[in-house]
Design a binder for this molecule. Structure first.
Ligand code: FDA
Length: 304
């Protein structure tokens, strides 16, 4: 049953018509638990509230299925406005973005131009931008763009996914760039040809890449709610004498709040990924696919 639900949510997350339908109904269906709101100001308020107990944030303006240059440029403008709003409000947050929302599927050049615009503005504000990793079809091009940008910008990082077979090699390749990486298990439906099908293998690979990147001395964001992975990281850094300013834990808005606060109390840096915007459906479906038990929240909200 769990597998059926997982596949269903992953397929819905990719469906343009389901996305369009959901947009019409606003932040309902329980999505508000995972998405901070539809406007920049709502997202800034969410950051402010987390900052009060010592958590920092990364804001993500949600945008999926961008199919025209106009939509792609609008997404880039939203990223820039978000960076401006962070600077003006004084909250502690950087920015995460998906390059398909900047028109990567339309043209690499369009996406590159917007990336430069966003990174220039982030640099003016002394801020940092993280490129989220999308499905395997976008992995190589995302890394190519990242490497190109890295030649001119030191305020950009990217994400690698433990479920892909290629990731150990990518960690090795990116070492010479001193890459700032967010390491995750991986959220998309991938074939066995490119990704480990079993959770056990994903978890083992995850531990391996965490160790490698930390041992290489590169800044590492361990983005997981898995307590075994978090304990593993704590133990590894303590054994190797890696200081707490060389890494951070990251979690998603609305998930494992108590654990986030506990880690802050223990003196770790904790960054919360805060998505916002009207295009929340695909993100919401990926969160349901990760944990079909979340469906219960959806049902409760629909019955209210
Ligand atoms: P795992 O799935 O094993 O879950 C461990 C435990 O965490 C669960 O038992 C449950 O208690 C809790 N949990 C996990 N997911 C939950 C959920 N949705 N609802 C409620 N509880 C949940 N992926 C990607 O492909 N590209 C990316 O760029 C990113 N970016 C990113 C940023 C940040 C800050 C995070 C935390 C995650 C991502 N991800 C991502 C998603 C990531 O790949 C992965 O799908 C999720 O983090 C779930 O995996 P866990 O490591 O939490 O472990």
């Amino acid at each position: 049953m769990e597998v059926v639900l997982r596949n269903l949510f992953q397929a819905l997350g990719k469906s343009r018509s389901a996305n369009r339908l959901a947009k019409k109904y606003g932040l309902h269906l329980g999505a508000a638990r995972f998405v901070a709101g539809e406007t920049i100001m709502q997202s800034i308020e969410a950051v402010r509230s987390l900052n009060q107990d010592g958590r920092v944030a990364t804001l993500d303006h949600l945008g999926e299925f961008v199919s025209s240059e106009e939509e792609a440029l609008h997404s880039a403008d939203m990223c820039i406005q978000t960076l401006d709003a962070v600077a003006a409000s004084g909250v502690d947050s950087n920015l995460s973005l998906k390059m398909t929302s900047l028109g990567l599927d339309i043209s690499k050049d369009l996406c590159m131009r917007s990336m430069r615009r966003i990174l220039d503005r982030a640099r003016q504000h002394g801020n940092f931008v993280r490129i989220d990793m999308e499905d395997h079809a976008h992995c190589q091009i995302s890394l190519d763009i990242y490497k190109e940008l890295r030649e001119h910008y030191d305020n950009v990082g990217i994400v690698l996914q433990a479920y892909l077979y290629r990731t150990v090699q990518d960690i090795k390749d990116l070492n010479s760039l001193g890459a700032n990486l967010r390491l995750v298990k991986g959220a998309y439906k991938e074939s066995e040809e490119v990704a480990y099908p079993h959770k056990r293998d994903v978890d083992e690979n995850y531990k391996q890449i965490i160790q490698m990147h930390l041992a290489n001395g590169n800044y590492t964001a361990v983005a997981s709610h898995d307590e075994a992975i978090i304990s593993f990281t704590k133990q590894f850094v303590s054994e190797k004498g890696i200081s707490k300013d060389r890494f951070e834990f990251q979690m998603l808005y609305g998930i494992c709040e108590e654990l986030q606060k506990q880690l802050v109390k223990e003196g770790y840096r904790v960054r919360v990924y805060i998505p916002f915007g009207v295009d929340w459906f695909g993100y919401f479906m990926r969160r349901l696919a990760e944990r079909p038990a979340n469906v219960w929240f959806v049902l409760k909200n629909m019955l209210k």
